[in-house]
Design a protein. Structure first.
Length: 249
């Protein structure tokens, strides 16, 4: 399990069921499969309510971080999930009047769309792969032109996350646990094994998971003029927890 993932508190409803998704509507859903599959399923309403709240807590543009959602697939290793790209469809929102495929990027990350019909009709989020865990929240880092970012801006991005988490009330039972999570590292995932994290042309990563490199954020270096370069075919950079299990660099 990715140790740095920030976990939503609700649990899956009907997860990993050995059936195709059903609908109460007379018209068939457009999300179709030709073979029997297990599906992960979550109720849409509580998930989107929490996602709306987190989105409202984000700093105004321009900002350095974005909020992404990701399911956990228990039959995949961390490296396999980082390389996962769903075929045909990966995530769908369904209700009696809604059948919407959600765009999913490599690694299984997605932004949950706000769909009024699915909210009113207490719809579901369906996953192409079996899921047995709640959804996880990730903060992604916006990387500048040339796949570079100043170390000082990495510190600013961390502050933006702290500000967002500071707005979560301790009385919010679904989200308050997020305030305990750490984001003291970054995880840069590349499309192949040639990628690396560099400063002054030298590798500085602290470990690797598949084609992803981990870097612990050094508070002292934030004060420097160092520039971080992501060398190679970069896919995504997310904030991580430095204790995450990885192979040594």
């Amino acid at each position: 399990m990715l140790a740095f993932a920030l976990i939503f508190c609700w649990t899956p409803h009907g997860a990993a069921q050995d059936r195709a998704p059903a609908t109460q509507a007379a018209a068939p859903l457009t999300v179709k499969v030709s073979e029997s599959k297990q599906f992960g399923e979550l109720p849409y309403r509580p998930v989107i309510e929490s996602f709306r709240l987190l989105q409202s807590y984000q700093p105004a543009e321009p900002r350095l971080v974005d909020v992404l959602v990701r399911a956990k697939y228990p039959f995949m290793s961390d490296a396999e999930q980082d390389a996962y790209m769903p075929q045909r469809w990966g995530v769908a929102i369904v209700s009696p009047s809604v059948d919407l495929n959600v765009p999913v990027r490599r690694g299984g990350y997605f932004v949950l769309p706000d769909v009024d019909g699915a909210y009113r009709e207490k719809g579901s989020i369906l996953f192409r792969e079996p899921t047995t865990r709640p959804l996880y929240l990730y903060f992604s880092l916006r990387v500048g032109a040339g796949q570079r970012i100043r170390y000082a801006d990495l510190g600013k991005a961390s502050e933006q996350i702290d500000t967002l988490l500071g707005k979560i009330s301790y009385f919010n039972r679904q989200l308050r646990h997020l305030k305990r999570d750490r984001h003291d590292a970054i995880k840069a995932c590349f499309l192949d094994a040639s990628g690396d994290i560099l400063i002054d042309g030298k590798p500085v990563s602290d470990g690797s998971i598949g084609n992803c490199k981990l870097l612990r954020i050094d508070p002292e270096r934030i004060k420097s003029g160092d520039v971080i370069e992501f060398s190679g075919p970069l896919d995504i950079v997310t904030f991580a927890e430095s204790g995450q299990q990885a192979n040594p660099a």
